[in-house]
Design a protein around this ligand. Sequence first.
Ligand SMILES: Nc1ncnc2c1ncn2[C@@H]1O[C@H](COP(=O)(O)OP(=O)(O)OP(=O)(O)O)[C@@H](O)[C@H]1O
Length: 355
Amino acid sequence: MTEEDILKALKNVINPDSQKDIVSLNMVSEIKIHDKNIAITIMVPMTAAPYKAEINEQCENVIKELAKDQTVNVNVTFTSKVNTKRSLHETVLPKVKNIIAVVSGKGGVGKSTVAANLAIALSKDGVKVGLMDADIYGPSAPIMFGLRGDRPKMADIEGKGKIVPIEKFGIKVMSIGFLVDERQAVVWRGPMVSSAVRQFVTDVYWDELDYLVIDMPPGTGDIHLTLMQLVPVTGVIIVTTPQDVALADAKKGIAMFGQAQLDAPIIGLVENMAYFTPAELPENKYYIFGKEGGKRLASEYDLNFLGQIPLVQSIREGGDKGVPVMLSEDAVSRKAFEAFADEVAKQVQRRNEML
Ligand SMILES: Nc1ncnc2c1ncn2[C@@H]1O[C@H](COP(=O)(O)OP(=O)(O)OP(=O)(O)O)[C@@H](O)[C@H]1O
């Protein structure tokens, strides 16, 4: 059996998403044969594409058919191809393909929880992700990633001393909380905040990333303007909860980030704490903060609706324990974050294709 034979056989594998074969779609990136072991690498356009399992099964079947009576071990792996509209000539974060700012109109809606789990959910199939916790007044990444008290290392990058993000759970994490004492930061005023944030952005060495997720400070203030002017974001995700008081503040966020001069397109809106689901009755949904307020707001402002995250005890526990729920056994929460991350990846990809 040669590589060519295998490639020919793979022409019978149909991508359920487009109903075309994976060879014509240029999805087969590598075929390796070693005795009876065949390793195939398939490139999928988005993370956690729902059709991966089906492609995997079809690949195994066509190769086993090709091998006839011989026994072969087929190992299919997926890698994600993430596109970008940024170029290597950018002065800020040149090696980062996409920069996503997670914002909220008001505090406490779960912005940091959403940002952390989004970053982990995106980091599948070899996709490189970083999380920048820029919430200067209440940095939460040190707690949410179990990194309290840790200090990032310094490295000499092209003759300059740079801060190296800490790697945890497969992503790179950098928090303003690693550098300044929370008690000190809360009393800072405008210019100090600006210069700290500026340093934080320019002095950290992120290296190559497919996505950099930024956990922004809550609300809509000067610090947001500074950050947005400093970092050329690909787009903004607005987090809201469904009740009216949160929606009113989310509108302020939409108005601010939607300003033309900020040049920050809104990728979409996600509704957190959309409904309560008890662990023992995962099918039951209780809309304690009202039903689909975020979804209606997205449609009113003509924004993409990126998904609903339920209110689940293990999400809160994960944050407090230092192990985000995406890494837990809780399938309900994981599925919600995965679907949301897929939608984000899809929207970013579309936006990059358009520009
Ligand atoms: N879907 C959810 N289910 C259960 N608990 C949640 C959920 N989302 C967030 N929480 C909890 O709510 C609290 C606030 O969340 P988080 O810190 O992420 O909010 P925030 O909007 O980033 O807050 P801040 O304004 O302080 O930055 C945390 O204890 C978190 O664990």
